[in-house]
Design a protein around this ligand. Structure first.
Ligand code: NAG
Ligand code: NAG
Ligand code: NAG
Length: 387
């Protein structure tokens, strides 16, 4: 066991000790944006409020998202992506610049209700994950120190704590396998959240370290461009679908009164049209290459065996893939060509339980940084606990 793993394990065990004692109100959600068409932040914030979610963790400091949280009373954890750790650790000035641009500018006049209620800065995203092979081991701690010092210097260090988000694979044995795919994942996710939330609601005993450990559910929304390196399920961890529709009944208070969460309101969809394989295509030998192309550049994670679209034939697979590619490219006509194999239809192409989605209108189609892999639940330990 390397030093790092030993260290992780120690922190991890502390998480396990603490998790049972966290108050329900401490449950937050991870709000990622690895989506081709992110839900507009103002709509997402309304959805958070409608569902009584009072804490969010962001993976970066996107100002559009932060601005939408201003005046919402939602406690925010702002993230520094792993690929900025070197930059932040290299110089204290860089850390100061980061704090100035990404924290203090959002606080408005300190104490002003219209500002963003930033409580934590998460330095790196699970930087000690084994998959990174120690790449961030040296920069994480100095970056953490620089950020905390910079927060202290501008006088917000008491309110805003720098921390490191750790990966804690709590239910390790139950991780869905790759072939689990969407349907299984939904079932699994529901069970997972049920169990976790009930545990959290038990609140046994007095908290050992009140206010230090926060639990953030992973995650708010499905994200169709998230890395599937750890498995296809990565794109389906949302409490909500890509468009803010609730997926399964749950009770965030852990009382077991499961019901559907309140869906996003005011979501605008693109035109009711789909791209499918043209019925007239007879030569099926042309299909596989177009199909792979479409899948490679879109999201075919629902086509795998056992998931909602796992029973389609080759032609069905092609239609599904073409549509995903077409929708992810904002229904661009040219994205439904496939050497003449594709055609745009206005009749709903969904089949049974297999949904052929229509994309949402999303003003901010932004290219996102790769945040790496985040599994299940992000636990955040404060700077002090880290020491
Ligand atoms: C503020 O955060 C954004 C998003 O994470 C980043 O791109 C930008 O470089 C940061 N600003 C500074 C001055 O570091
Ligand atoms: C459809 O795609 C899935 C996922 O790639 C694959 O497992 C399945 O065999 C395909 N079906 C056909 C008939 O090609
Ligand atoms: C298409 O049909 C599916 C399944 O019947 C349905 O869930 C979906 O809302 C429909 N899509 C549109 C855009 O009407």
């Amino acid at each position: 066991m390397t030093m790092n793993r030993a260290c992780n394990f120690m922190l991890w065990s502390l998480c396990m000790l603490n998790i049972i004692q966290v108050a329900v109100s401490d449950v937050g959600v991870n709000w990622g944006s690895m989506a081709s068409h992110p839900l507009p932040p103002d709509i997402a914030v309304k959805m958070l409020k409608d569902n009584g979610i009072t804490k969010v963790k962001l993976f970066d400091a996107d100002s559009w998202t932060l601005n939408s949280l201003a005046g919402s009373n939602i406690e925010v954890m702002v993230g520094i992506p792993n690929n900025m750790l070197d930059y932040i650790s290299d110089s204290y000035d860089n850390a100061k610049d980061w704090v100035k641009e990404n924290i203090t500018s959002h606080l408005k006049d300190f104490g002003d209700k219209r500002g963003v209620d930033i409580r934590y800065v998460s330095v790196g995203n699970e930087p000690f994950l084994e998959a990174y092979e120690g790449k961030y081991d040296e920069s994480t701690f100095p970056a953490l120190q620089n950020i905390q010092k910079a927060l202290d210097e501008v006088g917000v260090g008491d309110k805003i704590k720098a921390s490191v988000a750790l990966n804690a694979d709590v239910y390790d044995g139950n991780k869905p396998s790759d072939d689990g795919a969407q349907y299984a994942t939904t079932m699994y996710a529901q069970k997972f959240y049920d169990g976790l939330l009930k545990k959290l609601a038990e609140k046994k005993g007095t908290p050992l370290r009140p206010g230090i450990l926060n639990v953030y559910l992973f995650s708010l929304l499905d994200e169709d461009v998230k890395s599937i390196l750890p498995g296809f399920f990565e794109r389906h961890w949302g409490l909500f679908r890509y468009d803010g529709q609730a997926k399964f009944p749950m009770d965030l208070s852990g009382q077991g009164n499961d019901k559907m969460l309140i869906a996003a309101k005011g979501v605008q969809y693109m035109q009711k049209q789909w791209c499918v394989l043209n019925d007239e295509v007879r030569d099926e030998s042309l299909i596989p290459s177009a199909l792979s192309y479409a899948c490679y550049h879109s999201d075919c994670t629902s086509l795998t065996h056992g998931s909602s679209c796992g029973n389609l034939d080759l032609r069905g697979n092609a239609s599904y893939a073409f549509n995903m590619y077409f929708q992810m490219n904002s229904q661009d006509v040219e994205a439904c060509d496939f050497n003449g194999l594709g055609t745009i239809v206005t009749r709903n192409a969904s089949r049974g339980t297999c949904l052929f989605p229509v994309q949402i209108v999303s003003q901010g189609e932004r290219v996102n940084l790769a945040y790496g892999v985040t599994i299940f639940v992000g636990f955040v330990l404060s700077f002090f606990m880290f020491m």
